[in-house]
Design a binder for this molecule. Structure first.
Ligand SMILES: [Zn+2]
Length: 167
């Protein structure tokens, strides 16, 4: 079980549930998360990696963009410790950590998520992180969020290595 700030899920209930685009553009990503797999786009012609999902390749402009499963390991490119409740469901919850994770093995594409573990943990740019698949099976339409955890984990498998007071 992934480490969480509130128990079962990292963020409290009441936030809008993500859904796949009705046109199917990002369906492979969401289907992959349900299998605890990370899928991203890659152009079938020029092989450029791409995230988020688009109908055309930003590099060569063809519409022949495919999907590829990638390793769920990356590094922290940027991060923010959010204290302000940007949604009513987050009132009294903060802080929580938002990370922009770069996937060096996939062309350096970057993905947003939360960093699990102690919300006041030390966060280091360039630190290795690993995807964690947070399944919301009890949702009206079940979905799975991709969250991130620092690696290596401590002996108990619970994320933060050196918690300290937040900045
Ligand atoms: Zn291309």
């Amino acid at each position: 079980m992934a480490p969480t700030a509130t128990g079962r899920y990292y963020l409290p209930a009441g936030l809008p549930a993500p859904v796949a685009e009705p046109d199917g553009l990002d369906r492979p990503y969401w289907d992959g998360t349900r299998r605890s797999e990370l899928w991203v786009q890659r152009c079938n012609r020029c092989r450029t990696w791409q995230w988020g999902p688009e109908w055309i390749c930003h590099a060569c402009l063809v519409s022949d963009v495919g999907w590829t499963r990638v390793d769920g390991r990356g590094v922290i490119y940027s991060w923010e410790r959010a204290w302000h409740p940007v949604h009513p469901a987050l009132k009294g919850h903060g802080p929580y950590i938002v990370v922009l994770v770069e996937l060096p093995h996939a062309g350096g594409i970057r993905m947003l998520g939360n960093l699990l573990g102690d919300p006041q943990q030390v966060v280091t740019i360039g630190a290795p992180v690993e995807a964690v698949f947070e399944a919301h099976d009890d949702a009206k339409t079940p979905f799975t969020l991709v969250q991130w955890v620092c690696e290596p984990q401590d002996a108990a498998g619970l994320g933060p290595r050196r918690p300290r007071r937040a900045i």
